[in-house]
Write a protein of this length. Structure first.
Ligand SMILES: NC(=O)c1ccc[n+]([C@@H]2O[C@H](COP(=O)([O-])OP(=O)(O)OC[C@H]3O[C@@H](n4cnc5c(N)ncnc54)[C@H](O)[C@@H]3O)[C@@H](O)[C@H]2O)c1
Length: 433
């Protein structure tokens, strides 16, 4: 098949490379000349494990092509995926500006014959119907177009694996032609198939992200009780998770969820609720606990640091990505700067993106050891594997005071006591030296 992706971010580029790797001819349309030139040369722009190699392999095989021009790609495509961003507007609503802008361009370039347009971007219920109306309005008379919602569930950091092995492939459409074409395209991909209508497909995506956010906020909510009573959150959740009706997966207490999806999708679902006349207290609570989790860690830092020179390990919203959108680190750093802190930071992939926000307000390091030199406290905000068995003796020697605030519970308190640190984590008794 010949397929096109509009958007070359974490969803568009990864999925495009995977489908090219299966032998399809794949076009990727962008809107920035400089980025398209970099992609043509094999630079994926974003960091995602294995992506550079997959991109370069498929460029060499002449299966993936990058362009700014719809005319090059759309007329020959069987399936066109919309994979542009749908960020939050100020009021929390999902911004659909890019989705409608690209849909109009797709529609105008459709050829005689049949094309399936499939929306991978996360969009509110009803959007695909609006896209359908738009495409019908702008398409040439002799072109036939069918619309499908094919929401994406990949996890940044595991995106290639997840694209090949999703738990489920959702295809929402009222057209058999669209469903058949997408079913055929996904044939080499593992996972259960769910064939459904447009609105259900759209809501499946929001429901999944709202549930994931709920699990994290629930764990954090319980951690507040632990901190007030001396209970240990990991012991509590491990025991609770043994109940098969509940389980333990994704109930990790910490500094809260972040990233480009969970926060914005929770906000968008709340906003949809308001429009639909639904009481959103439940999701308001999920969002509020997330905000409290960030503040909780911040307050511990403000209360227990001995001076204002500190270091941070981990800036990205989770490990194995360079994505810092809505990351807890951004909030914590902004607040600490307001309080006059001098901050040195280290991350394995997020430094370049962090510089775009904080420029010279921070000192950036390329070593997890150098960053802690002379600092009065270390704050851990991302659970990169590299921190889990790091030489803590060396860290302690370099620091002015052996004080750690761990927003991800990556160490055992007992171990930190033996290593001679004061140690504040989430929902567990602090270790005070
Ligand atoms: N990142 C994830 O983990 C993930 C997972 C599942 C679903 N999603 C959803 O998929 C969608 C894309 O997410 P992402 O993380 O890949 O976003 P992203 O910001 O990484 O990439 C968006 C892409 O869209 C392009 N774009 C924006 N406006 C455009 C326009 N007018 N014309 C052409 N290209 C344009 C950008 O250049 C960029 O390449 C969003 O709706 C997101 O909610 C993301």
């Amino acid at each position: 098949m010949t397929i096109t992706f509009i958007g070359h971010g974490y969803v568009g580029l990864v999925t495009a490379c995977v489908f090219a790797d299966f032998g399809n001819k794949v076009w990727v349309i962008g809107h920035t000349k400089e980025k398209i030139e970099r992609l043509k040369k094999g630079d994926p722009i974003i960091y995602e494990p294995g992506l550079k190699e997959l991109l370069q392999k498929n460029l060499k095989e002449n299966r993936i092509h990058f362009t700014l021009d719809y005319e090059n790609a759309i007329p020959e495509s069987d399936i066109v995926f919309i994979a542009v961003g749908t960020p939050s507007k100020k009021n929390g609503e999902a911004s659909l500006d890019s989705v409608f802008e690209v849909a109009e361009k797709i529609g105008k370039h459709l050829k005689k014959g049949t094309t399936v347009v499939s929306c991978k971007s996360t969009v509110p219920m009803g959007t695909n119907n609006k896209l359908k109306a738009l495409l019908f309005r702008v398409k040439p008379k002799n072109a036939e177009v069918f619309i499908a919602s094919c929401p994406e569930f990949l996890r940044e950091g595991n995106a290639i694996y997840d694209t090949l092995n999703p738990d489920r492939v959702i295809i929402g459409s009222d057209s058999k032609k669209a469903t058949d074409a997408l079913t055929e395209l996904h044939r080499p991909i593992n996972g259960k198939r769910v064939i459904t209508d447009l609105a259900s497909a759209e809501l499946i995506k929001y429901t999944s992200n709202a549930m994931l956010a709920t699990k994290i906020s629930f764990a954090n909510f319980i951690s507040f009780y632990c901190e007030k009573t001396g209970a240990d959150v990991e012991t509590v959740l491990n025991a609770v998770g043994l109940d098969k009706r509940i389980g333990r997966i994704f109930m990790d207490p910490g500094v809260g969820y972040g990233g480009s999806c969970l926060p914005k999708d929770v906000r968008a679902l709340i906003k949809m609720g308001h429009t639909l006349g639904i009481d959103t207290q439940f999701l308001d609570g999920v969002k509020s606990v997330n905000e409290q989790s960030r503040k909780n860690l911040l307050n511990k830092i403000l209360k227990h640091t001995r001076d204002k020179t500190i270091s941070i390990w981990g800036l990205t919203f989770k490990p194995n990505t360079d994505d810092i959108r809505d990351a807890p680190s951004v909030f914590v750093i902004q607040e600490l700067l307001k309080h006059g802190y001098t901050i040195s930071v280290y991350d394995l992939a997020g430094i370049a993106n962090m510089r775009k926000i904080f420029a010279d307000q921070l000192t950036y390091h390329v070593s997890p050891y150098e960053v802690v030199r002379n600092s009065s406290a270390l704050v851990i905000l991302t659970e990169w594997n590299d921190f889990k068995q790091i030489d803590l003796k060396k860290v302690k020697k370099l620091m002015r005071y052996p004080l750690i605030f761990d927003g991800r519970n990556i160490y055992e308190p007992k171990m930190m006591k033996e290593a001679g640190f004061s140690y504040f984590s989430v929902g567990r008794k602090p270790i005070l030296k």
